[in-house]
Each structure stands twice: as C-alpha cells, then as structure tokens.
Design a protein around this ligand. Structure first.
Ligand code: X2X
Length: 353
C-alpha cells in the first residue's frame, strides 16, 4: 500500500470508530432520575459521602446521570434492613449503606460484626483491600449488585443513660437497642443485658422516651442526634466497625456505556475516600483531619471534644479492661465464625498480618 492509501484507510477506519461510539452513546437513554438509598441524613458523615458520590457522578458524566439520594431510608418507609433486597430487585438503583443493614441477608457481612476482631483502622483497610474483602464483595454481589467502593460508618461505641461502663458486669440488666443481625442480640445477652432490634428512626424516639437505656453507634451518628441529651455515658470499646458499601443494581450497572461506568466507579472511589476521612476525623490522630483540610478544604469537627463539652462522660478502656469484654464475648465469636464462613475469617486474619 502506498503511503497515501494507508492514510486514507486509517481515516476511513477512524470515521467508523467514531460513528460506532456515537451510535453506542446515542443508544444510552438515562433515566431522568436514579434513586439512591441512604439510611441516615445528609448531616451525618455517611450522608455527606453519599451526597458527594451523587454530585461527582453528575460532574463526571456531564450531567447525563442524575442520582438522587433518598435520606433516612425514606424509600423504605424507614425499614433500613430492607435496602439490600430493594437494590437487588431494582426497586432502588444505588445505595450507600452499612454492612450491618445487610448482614441479616448476606451472612458473610457478619465478618465485620465479630466482636473485637479488627483492632485498628489499619486492620480494617487490610481486610477491605485484601483477600477477605474480595470474598465478602463476591457474596455481596451475588444477589444482583455491583460493588464500587468502601466507605465507613465507624467503630461502634456504647452509650447509656444509667452508668459508666468499664467492666462486662456493668452491662448487666441494661436494655440496649441494636439492629441488623442476630449476632448483636447474642452479644448483649452474653454480657447479661438485653437488646431489642429497631430501626434508627425508631431508636431516636426510644432514647427520648427512655424505652431503652443505651445503644451503640459511631461518633458521627451520635453527634448528629446529640446523644448526650439522652445518654450521659460513652465507653470507647471499639468492639465492631461497620463499613459502608457504595453499590449499584447490577442490571442498571450493565445499562451504562463503558465511559459512564468508568465515571461512576471513579466517583465512588473518590467519595469513599472522602467519607472515610470524615468518619475517622480526630479518631486517627490528625491524619484524616489533615487530609480533609489539605485535599478537600474541609475543617472537620472533633466530635468527642464536642460531646465532652456537653457534659458527656467518655471512658477509654485499658487493654486489660478490653480483654475482659473480649473473653465474655468469645463464645459468640466462636459460634459466628461458621456463619460468616471460616474461609473468610481465616483470609481476614491473614490479611491483617
Ligand atoms: O441504625 C444504626 O445503628 C446505623 C445508623 O448505624 C446503621 O444504619 C447501621
């Protein structure tokens, strides 16, 4: 072929490629709105992360994909543990949700609910990005979901209105609110207390009315509802941490052209990183607070300092004090390993090394 012929052939090929991608893009008719399930409100770290994902999707798809967060589980009439089925069925398109709220239907997610299993943020990251993380994602996606990123609700600390908790015996006779998985009932029972399952929306009313004495949740959840107005005592026992997952219904995901998928996936990773930094701010020294400031121009609040200034008694435990709780919960841990799947637990132990 002569040089001029080659250029002509190349030119024709290029036109075909352009036409093909044009036709492909023209085929894509986005819905006017894609719904996104979020259990909490926009003021929570979690809610802010969900909003950021929606904003970034709009930005990165040049406004082609419009995702609207529905906060407070408003599409589920408050029934937060129904989110997984709703997204799997396609009744809801997107979600930024806690693993806890799906751990009743996806047993592997109870990995994160095993008491005193993940001792540090480093351990959490290693599991999420490791072999165990992959295995958990596989289980999560099985029902018809596409996983895109991890976020974080956080280490769940215990609060109550009755007394300072330092020892398992201090838990005896107290009534707690829990959610999502029967493992929580088992744990509170093992500590000699009682737990009732209820949604977060109902829980806040239960605190106001004193129907329960206490609950467990991470810092952002606690500050947004001003938990100190109901509970004077908080103990940092760090027994479990619930990650958040950024997910899309699998059929909806497949309906997106490749460039749109790429934009949505990138947006999820960015929003996940941002949300995790919010969730960890002032709980990992100044690391996440600094990241928020330098990368995002956001000044995070020191939630515990705020709680203390409201008169909350915040108790840190020594390793020996933590061990007493761990020992008491060992039978629950052992009983739940086979339910999570021993292979996943073993992989997580390996990941954390
Ligand atoms: O309901 C809770 O405790 C919350 C807000 O943390 C979750 O959705 C798991």
């Amino acid at each position: 072929m002569k040089r001029s012929q080659r250029i002509l052939a190349l030119g024709i090929a290029l036109v075909f490629v352009l036409l093909a991608t044009q036709a492909f893009a023209a085929d894509f008719k986005p819905k006017a709105e894609y719904t996104m399930q979020v259990n909490v409100g926009p003021l929570y770290d979690w809610g802010a992360g969900a909003q950021r994902w929606a904003d970034l999707i709009k930005e990165k798809t040049d406004g082609k994909v419009n995702v609207k967060p529905y906060f407070g589980s408003s599409l589920l009439a408050g029934k937060q543990t129904n989110w997984y089925q709703a997204v799997a069925d396609g009744a809801i398109d997107f979600a930024v949700e806690s693993t806890i709220n799906a751990s009743g239907v996806v047993p592997a997610l109870n990995l994160f609910n095993l008491p005193f299993f993940m001792p540090s943020y480093e351990a959490v990251d290693k599991i999420e990005n490791g072999k165990a993380g992959k295995m958990v994602i596989e289980q999560l996606e099985k029902g018809g979901l596409k996983f895109l990123a991890w976020g974080e609700n956080g280490y769940r600390q215990i609060t109550n209105s009755k007394k300072e908790i330092k020892h398992p015996d201090d838990m005896k006779g107290l009534k707690f609110r829990a959610v999502g998985s029967p493992i929580f009932i088992d744990m509170f029972k093992a500590l000699g207390s009682d737990a009732t399952m209820m949604s977060w929306a109902d829980a806040v009313t239960a605190f106001q009315q004193g129907v329960v004495d206490g609950q467990e949740n991470p810092k952002s959840v606690l500050t947004v509802v001003k938990i100190w107005e109901y509970h004077k005592y908080l103990t940092n026992w760090g027994y479990v941490l619930d990650p958040l997952v950024f997910v899309v219904n699998a059929r909806v995901w497949k309906s997106f052209p490749e460039d749109i998928q790429k934009a949505i996936a990138e947006a999820a990773l960015e929003a996940g990183e941002y949300e995790k930094a919010l969730a960890r701010a002032y709980l990992d020294g100044t690391k996440s607070a600094n990241l928020l400031k330098t990368k995002y121009g956001v000044t995070a609040e020191d939630a515990y300092a705020a709680a203390r200034s409201k008169g909350m008694v915040i108790t840190d435990l020594t390793p020996a004090q933590i061990q007493a709780f761990k020992d008491k919960l060992a039978p629950v841990y052992n009983a739940w390993v086979p339910k999570v799947g021993k292979a996943i637990v073993d992989a997580a132990i390996e990941d954390m090394k």
